[in-house]
Design a protein around this ligand. Structure first.
Ligand SMILES: Cc1cc2nc3c(=O)[nH]c(=O)nc-3n(C[C@H](O)[C@H](O)[C@H](O)COP(=O)(O)O)c2cc1C
Length: 317
């Protein structure tokens, strides 16, 4: 069984992935947040910063993700990325945000199987990389996903990751396991399940329902409980060590952002994103969440973080 860390824009950046791998591990591959494709002359070091080998731990298997609907542009970007040593490139056809979907990108392209066909004709014509696809069940219903899957079956893809929601669901409502089953039954490629695995029971129930699925991608669940991958893999970490591991992980990310961001508020705002996830298990009585939101200076922030860690002497999950 393989576990992958899902891309979460703004969160699972190189610094986060490197620290996650070092402190928690048990992830077989880390998918990067998407990079939007465009004209090749717009490719720059800063656009590719998050995937540059010098910013990524060489022991961490990384899969760069691209978002776009132009196969020629994808191919040009993918070629540059494969020259950096990455042989799997992931195509995002799942992003649900209207400013993306209105341009027939992300999950928006799922309504246009002919565009998917043309895109893959162009993008798959270079054998220096393998394309994997991260998709949703469809844009507004699973019928669209089924039509797209028939197209995906015609190409030599490295696999398909299915987030078991439609695009218009965004991140709300429930995953549709019947829809996932329908798409998986049709798919000729290796399938990875993705969606709403927040705890060990969610994993057990999903894997019991789909015994043939061997790959699972964890997103928010792993950000809320970074020990979840080790639990799923059966690698037990002593409960006595867990809270100090979380503290080291936090400090590493905080120090990184302190070194690159200018402005106290900017730094606090960045760390609030981290706490959007981590607070869920560390603030069960709701004492700290509002205080974090109000922080605008690092001294105030660090004093509060110290209180949170003093309040949580153990990682209680
Ligand atoms: C804030 C946020 C940003 C995301 N950014 C990306 C992204 O850049 N690329 C992508 O393929 N999916 C992205 N996703 C979707 C996740 O990778 C994942 O498919 C989704 O959260 C469902 O999995 P989960 O329930 O395990 O979190 C994002 C999700 C969230 C909540």
């Amino acid at each position: 069984m393989k576990l992958f860390l899902a891309p979460i824009q703004g969160m699972t950046t190189a610094c986060y992935r490197n620290a996650f791998a070092r402190h928690f591990g048990n992830i077989d591959a880390y998918y990067t947040p998407f990079i939007g494709t465009s004209e090749i002359k717009k490719v720059s070091q800063s656009l590719l910063k998050d995937i540059l080998p010098e910013n990524n731990d060489p022991m961490v298997k990384l899969v760069p993700q691209l978002l776009g609907n132009d196969g020629i542009q994808f191919k040009s970007f993918a070629r540059i990325i494969s020259d950096m040593g990455y042989k799997e490139i992931n195509w995002n056809v799942g992003c649900p945000f209207p400013m993306v979907t209105k341009k027939k990108k992300g999950s928006g392209i799922l309504l246009y199987p002919d565009m998917v066909n043309k895109f893959l004709d162009q993008a798959c014509s270079d054998s220096s990389y393998k394309i994997t696809v991260k998709m949703r069940l469809g844009f507004d219903d699973t019928e669209a996903g089924i039509r797209v899957m028939q197209v995906l079956n015609q190409y030599p893809l490295g696999g398909v990751i299915i987030h078991a929601r439609t695009g218009i669901q965004m991140y709300s409502g429930h995953v549709d396991l019947d829809g996932f089953e329908a798409l998986t039954a049709l798919c000729k490629h290796e399938v990875t399940y993705n969606g709403d695995i927040f705890n060990y029971d969610n994993f057990l129930n999903t894997s019991a329902r789909f015994p043939a699925i061997e790959n699972f991608m964890l997103g928010r669940g792993a950000l809320i409980d970074p020990f979840l991958p080790s639990k799923i893999k059966g690698n037990i970490i002593s409960p006595d060590n867990k809270i100090s591991i979380i503290r080291q992980f936090h400090d590493e990310i905080f120090n990184y952002y302190r070194s690159i961001l200018s402005g106290e508020k900017h730094l606090c705002d960045k760390m609030k994103e981290f706490w959007n996830y981590m607070i869920i298990n560390m603030d069960k009585d709701g004492k700290f969440a509002k205080k974090i939101k109000k922080c605008s200076h690092s001294s105030e922030y660090l004093a509060l973080i110290n209180q949170i860690f003093q309040h949580n002497l153990e990682w209680e999950i």
